[in-house]
Design a binder for this molecule. Structure first.
Ligand SMILES: Nc1ncnc2c1ncn2[C@@H]1O[C@H](COP(=O)(O)OP(=O)(O)OP(=O)(O)O)[C@@H](O)[C@H]1O
Ligand SMILES: [Mg+2]
Length: 296
């Protein structure tokens, strides 16, 4: 129904801290949580599901605080961790039945539910295999099935697409649509914006522990204008005036320049710069909404 992250801060050491992170996932909404490796996605998620305590702030699941009402709140979330860890020596269905026991299912009910969910997740032929023999994608599928045991109102998936094959990704998209229809709130993290765009309604961007923007997918599509990032050994007036002819150059530190709104293709710009004796050591195509740019 609702996941509210409210002013959450957490530092581990001098190098990283999550700073005043706030955002909400409402009922019937699928929200992507996007940032580079180390941005703080997993840290936020671990706090949201109650396995890590924040230094400040709180997370409300359907209004219940994960700090003050941890058990009740966590029963209302289905969670798939970044690296699901299971008792490897268990057979999949047996382990499912064991976990379902925590939610009050009798053995026979749990077997019925396990067979139903595992086959729904494409594991029909792998129910009686040991989890140690499962591939990464199979583990993700198993973890998804487990997250649905008590049919919770809210879901949090950490890098769930990572390790899924194209069929698995399509399946996840259908699952998300189905959750939406049922009015559930879904938050899922990824470091790949293009993968998230096809599934989410909205994307929250995190960079170096801070939320740097929240956009609907429609806004992203409209805003995503190309930009070119260049690394230039020596930025001369000549180099700069060349770039100004073809777009809006923004000077960054250490010889980096971002040319926003380029009006000709990259090759044309590079050729002209080189012919003017400008040494370009590297270039990249970027998008305006890219977190690398948005923070600068
Ligand atoms: N328990 C911990 N102790 C110390 N530092 C930690 C701990 N957990 C995470 N960090 C640090 O916090 C930062 C953010 O990590 P986090 O796992 O939240 O990033 P992420 O956005 O999930 O990245 P990825 O895309 O690689 O999964 C990293 O610099 C990481 O080293
Ligand atoms: Mg992570």
């Amino acid at each position: 129904m609702t996941i509210e992250i409210v002013n959450v801060s957490k530092s581990f050491n001098k190098t990283f801290s999550l700073q005043d992170v706030s955002f909400t996932v409402k009922n019937g909404e699928v929200v992507g949580y996007v940032g580079l490796n180390g941005a703080g996605k997993t840290t936020t998620i671990r706090i949201a599901v109650g396995v890590l305590a924040p230094d400040k702030g709180d997370v409300l699941i359907d209004g219940l605080s994960v700090l003050r009402n941890k058990r009740k709140a966590s029963l209302r979330i289905g969670w798939v961790p970044e690296l699901p860890i299971f008792e490897a020596e268990f057979k999949a269905l047996d382990y499912f039945v064991y976990l379902a026991g925590y939610y009050g299912y009798s053995k026979s009910e749990a077997i019925k539910l396990g067979k139903e969910l595992l086959s729904r997740f494409g594991l029909d032929n792998a129910m009686n295999l040991k989890l140690s023999s499962y591939s990464q994608g199979m583990k993700k599928r198993f973890a998804l099935a487990v997250s649905m045991i008590n049919d919770p109102e809210n879901f949090i998936f950490d890098e769930v697409l990572n390790g899924l094959d194209p069929q698995g990704i399509v399946f996840f998209r259908e699952l998300a649509v189905n959750f939406k229809r049922k009015g559930k709130a879904v938050l899922f993290s990824s470091h790949i914006l293009s993968e998230v765009e096809d599934i989410a309604d909205r994307v929250v961007f995190i960079h170096r522990g801070k939320i740097i923007g929240e956009y609907t997918v429609e806004e992203i599509r409209n805003k995503a204008k190309p930009a070119i990032e260049l690394l230039i050994t020596k930025i001369t007036d000549d180099a700069l005036s060349t770039l100004k002819k073809y777009g809006d150059p923004v000077l960054l530190e250490n010889g980096r320049i971002v040319l926003k709104n380029p009006i000709v293709d990259t090759e044309h710009i590079l050729t002209e710069l080189i012919s003017r004796g400008v040494r370009v050591s590297c270039w990249l195509m970027l998008f305006d909404i890219n977190p690398w740019l948005a923070v600068r």
